[in-house]
Design a protein around this ligand. Structure first.
Ligand code: SF4
Length: 427
């Protein structure tokens, strides 16, 4: 039996697509090998969000060839889509697949096709037919609902790697969700490149309509949304979903900057006061919800004064958690051509300053849960603890010898440490 090994870089969408490609190989009789072991075929599913991810992709290609010099090596994903010639020029690569050709991966592998199979993704309007019926995770599964992005934020390469918005047919999403429930998953995470755009290109309703339909599926216990564009979650949206009892009260709203001038240069489609209104609305509709975010420091032309505005806004908003990114130049994006690029030293400094504020509000949010009963979906053992997540995405550890993987249990929150809650099982 031939073996295939996957290395996946980047986002939840890439992870979903790897699961789908792996299922195609398994259905064709391949066994799965670990990427650190010998395999007949290696697939590197790449990311290109930062120059670091490009470098990482090339490292993985070289590692595959070292493990088996005779292996057939396929490189797919965003880096392959945006720089196919450079990828093919990397020693050891046999096939370069774009972000709309993964469904043909087994057929091309079996025929030992060599070269580049990459389409002009900006002219692509069909949703690639990839699907899954089970996943390697034990407790939660991803469901891809949308592809592409039409926003063109000035720092972002993704629209050039993923193309315009394409929503997945509604019946496919429902069918796949039911299959995953039948396979034993009770928490489903709905992912996409720009989930907020779901439905703008079809007549099957928008994201709120989709959530209402998913809420009706028997056997789903938790509906979780991946990162979402702030402006989608306006009053009407919240009004539509407020009674969806399975929707996890965790909203990851990318902010990127707390300064209106910087947001404008980023081509982000909201102001800080509009963002604040959305956050207030969510906290009214979902009192216990966790609002988390992404913030970028060191965007070109970002002055100390502008960064100061970001610090004030982030402090006022009191996020439950935040991912802080240093601006990374991406060739081909408008921001890469902007004159006043910020030095790495200033980016480091600003990132550290912002992290302190974010950690403080994160711990304050966690402290609010001390003494409360929380329902946790447990995932993996971590030394003498078992680790899991609450519905509002808090990490919880309980000390136990019991195997709690994939189980829901109630705990009492006892203490906060390193961004997590330590708790006791209460039943
Ligand atoms: S919304 Fe902006 S940052 Fe997000 S994928 Fe689209 S262009 Fe990139």
């Amino acid at each position: 039996m031939k073996s295939v090994a996957f290395c996946t870089l980047g986002c939840k969408v890439n992870q979903y697509e790897t699961e789908a490609m792996l299922e195609l190989f398994k259905n064709a009789g391949y066994s799965e090998a670990d990427f650190d072991d010998f395999a007949d075929v290696y697939v590197i599913n790449t990311c290109t969000v930062t120059s670091m991810s490009d470098r990482k992709s090339r490292q993985m290609i070289r590692r595959a060839k070292r493990l088996n010099p005779d292996a057939y090596v396929i490189v797919c994903g965003c880096y392959a889509q945006t720089a196919p010639e450079a990828v093919l020029a990397t020693e050891g690569v046999d096939l370069v697949l774009g972000t709309n050709e993964r469904h043909r991966i087994v057929e091309l592998c079996e025929s030992k096709t060599r070269g580049i199979i990459v389409k002009d993704i900006l002219k692509t309007h069909e949703f690639e037919p990839l699907e899954i019926s089970k996943q390697s995770g034990k407790s939660r599964a991803y469901v891809k609902v949308q592809e592409g992005c039409n926003q063109f934020c000035t720092y972002c390469i993704i629209p050039y790697a993923r193309g315009p918005v394409r929503s997945r047919p509604l019946d496919e999403i429902i069918t796949e969700s039911k299959k995953l429930v039948a396979a034993g998953y009770t928490e489903l995470v709905y992912v996409g490149i720009h989930v907020a755009s779901y439905g703008i290109d079809t007549k099957e309703g928008d994201l709120a309509d989709l959530i209402v339909k998913l809420n009706g599926i028997e056997g789903i216990k938790r509906i979780r949304l991946s990162s979402i564009e702030p402006m989608t979650l306006d009053y009407n949206f919240c009004e539509k979903i407020k009674d969806c009892d399975k929707l996890c009260p965790h909203f990851h709203l990318s902010l990127q900057s707390g300064c209106d001038e910087t947001l404008k240069r980023m081509n982000r489609r909201y102001t800080t006061s509009q963002y604040a209104q959305i956050v207030d609305g969510l906290r009214q509709f979902f009192p216990d919800c966790a609002i988390t975010t992404d913030i970028m420091v060191g965007f070109p032309d970002e002055t100390d004064e502008e960064f100061g505005k970001t610090l004030d806004f982030v402090q006022k908003t009191a996020f439950a958690d935040a991912h802080i990114f240093k601006y990374s130049r991406r060739k081909g994006t408008p921001a890469d051509k902007m004159k006043n690029q910020i030095s790495p030293e200033i980016k480091d400094e600003r990132s550290k300053t912002l992290a302190k504020i974010c950690e403080k509000s994160r711990d304050e949010f966690l402290q609010k849960h001390i003494g409360r009963q929380l329902e946790v979906l447990f995932e993996d053992r971590n030394c003498r603890y078992f680790e899991g997540k609450t519905a509002n995405y808090l990490t919880v550890f309980v000390e136990t010898d019991e195997d709690l993987s994939g189980k829901y249990r109630f705990v009492t929150a006892k203490s906060v440490k390193d961004g997590a809650i330590f708790a006791n099982l209460t039943e």
